[in-house]
Design a protein around this ligand. Sequence first.
Ligand code: CIR
Length: 257
Amino acid sequence: MFTRAITRKPCKALIDGISTGQFCEGTPDYENAVRQHDRYVETLRSLGLDVTDLDADERYPDSCFVEDPAVVMERCAVITNPAKASRNGEKDEIISTIRKFYQDDQIFSIEAPGTMEGGDVMRVGDHFYVGLSDRTNEEGARQFNEIVTKFGYTSSTVPVTEGLHLKDFVIYLENRNMLVTAVMNDMPAFRDFNRFVIDPDELYAINSLNINGTVLVPQDCPKTRKIIEALGYPVIPMDTSEFKKIDGSLTCLSLRF
Ligand code: CIR
């Protein structure tokens, strides 16, 4: 069960956020992004989470994507080492908030040459699948494994070959259910899960977010919504169209613990 979340308000510099255009093209509209973010925070609160919504940080265009500079779990927190220069400083900004919830001996950092971003880390029970991507390297994954195993968790790596982060292409919904791309569907690591291959038209909907049994799903993704509802999860459609333009989706906008 999640009881808390950390979010960060989008900044005006959001228009300079990094984009591969993997979901769509365009420049985010700041005012609309703020509205969409407010609704996201309200939704998490309506689901019972105590949300710490941090102030916008104009120095870092992508800083509303707080999932990337840290990975949090019950027994420890890992400050990552974001690979892109324009995002790397976000790790130094998230740590003061992490310190409010964890003791010093529960907080660890991925150090260079290791790189990692939280979007590449997918939790299944006490196991973490770590995507090896342009943002997370072998050394980052190795350091992460060394840290989490001290606290009774395990981790293993999965190649990310289709775009930005692991969780853009596979997401765990709990109850052994996973949403996957065709590529992730063939990944031996996920063989034993109930896998649902998402229509390529709705790639963005793979990154749906299960908050204590209710699943937030990007709006206008009817095929994916139907799959998730058929599995018995209540669904809340969410409009994150401004974040989508710079590769941001539902999980990226919060740290949950
Ligand atoms: C970036 O390229 O880093 C941002 N524009 C998007 C980050 C999305 N984060 C995530 O999927 N966890």
